[in-house]
Design a protein around this ligand. Structure first.
Ligand code: CP3
Length: 357
């Protein structure tokens, strides 16, 4: 057992995935994929013919089915619960829709301190349907696969609430940050309060690891991350760890932010593909595990190119405990499923080649 590790002893031993999160030696690098259940997969499209995205999330049988089908089809080491980043907006009092081709749209974006004040923080239990789905997935996989719960990071969720959807320049978000810091910090406090409770529900239901998605944090300068987003992320990371599970903290275009992101104390830092994995790991530091970092569009490349990239990543990790193989961002629609399956085989065979060589 690693004496530096603050997590309870009960967690040790677990799946290959869980062990890698804790930087313990594994027989083979664990692998899973961000957005592994989604439109690129026939099974998911079938379910989507009859149900909206939010319906799937809210019906534990369906959410569990979609989660399990993807994990089994890909033969990965971890299953991430099928849900969406935006679900906590609803119990906070914000309605949203997913419009085809446009992504999420929030009906009444948060723009003023009054808007922030009216947000609820005491209704996270309305998200219990996610916990029910996790229970079903955990019962199905028992101890053979890692079970991942997730939530958005405070900055990324705040950006959806303020912009009213996805954004390129984050103008309204940064305006609130700079011009109304009291409203901004109150908003982040409220988001953290809801997410703490939401993560607690997920962990009690059987989530063994929580991934915090700070997908749009790369829009921030280092100084702004430090002054406006870091503290709230750190608080969330620490409270989730208090529940006794490791945290994966993930962002995109984070090359300049990695050292500061690691200072949240997250056990694992998710790396995008813009930097070689060993350089990213150096920025994160040896006392954190890393997850990543294949460019998701490499999955459209010929198999020999794909294999070369997969091997480069594994060579950069160099067998050090604490690497989880993943993409640098989510699987995109249209990705050939057989290439995703091929990556799993490549990761597993790479270890065998090394052992035999
Ligand atoms: O296996 C899995 O990982 C799927 C579960 C999952 C979904 N959303 C389902 C979903 C997860 C982990 C998410 C997280 C999520 N949601 C993030 C963070 C991950 C990331 O990619 O950075 C973000 C930013 C969102 C918000 C969101 N939800 C967007 C921007 C979109 C639209 C994307 C698009 O291409 O249209 C969604 C919709 C969504 N959430 C889909 C899925 C499978 C696709 C749309 C659908 O099925 O209708």
């Amino acid at each position: 057992m690693n004496p530096d590790n603050p997590l309870p002893e009960a967690i040790h031993g677990g799946s290959r995935f869980l062990r890698a999160c804790l930087r313990q030696p594994v027989d083979c690098t664990p692998v899973w994929f961000l957005r592994q259940a989604g439109r690129y997969m026939q099974e998911y499209r079938e379910v989507r013919k009859h149900h909206s995205l939010v319906e799937i999330c809210k019906q534990p049988d369906l959410a569990a089915e979609v989660t399990i089908a993807a994990a089994e089809k890909l033969d990965v080491d971890a299953a991430i619960i099928f849900a969406d980043l935006l679900l906590p907006l609803e119990p906070m009092g914000l309605d949203f829709d997913f419009l085809d081709g446009k992504g999420p749209v929030v009906q009444h974006p948060v723009r003023t301190v009054e808007d922030v004040r009216t947000l609820h923080t005491d209704r996270a239990d309305e998200l219990a349907y996610v916990a029910r789905a996790i229970e079903k997935v955990a019962a199905h996989f028992r101890d053979c696969l890692g079970i991942i719960g997730f939530c958005g990071a405070p900055y990324t969720l705040a950006s959806y609430m303020i912009e009213g959807g996805g954004s390129r320049d984050f103008i309204h978000t940064k305006q609130m940050m700079y011009a109304k810091p009291a409203a901004w910090h109150l908003l982040l406090d409220k988001i953290v309060a809801v997410l703490e409770e939401y993560c607690r529900l997920q962990v009690e239901a059987g989530a063994e690891v929580i991934q915090i998605f700070d997908s749009w944090v790369g829009s921030l300068a280092l100084e702004d991350y430090r002054d406006y987003a870091f503290e709230a992320s750190k608080r969330l990371v620490r409270s989730v760890q208090q529940l006794g599970v490791p945290v994966i903290y993930f962002g995109v275009e984070t090359t300049g932010l990695l050292t500061q992101m690691a200072a949240t104390g997250a056990d694992v830092i998710g790396l995008d593909w813009r930097q070689p994995l060993d350089e990213g790991w150096r920025a994160v530091g040896p006392d954190h595990a890393v997850q990543g970092n294949l460019d998701p569009i490499t999955l459209f490349a010929p198999l020999d190119v794909l294999e070369q990239r997969v091997q480069e990543i594994l060579r950069a990790a160099n067998g050090r405990p604490g690497h989880i193989f993943n993409l640098g961002h989510g699987v995109v629609p249209g990705t050939p499923v057989e290439n995703v399956q091929a990556v799993v085989r490549m990761v597993r065979e790479f270890r065998l080649e090394q052992a035999n060589g």
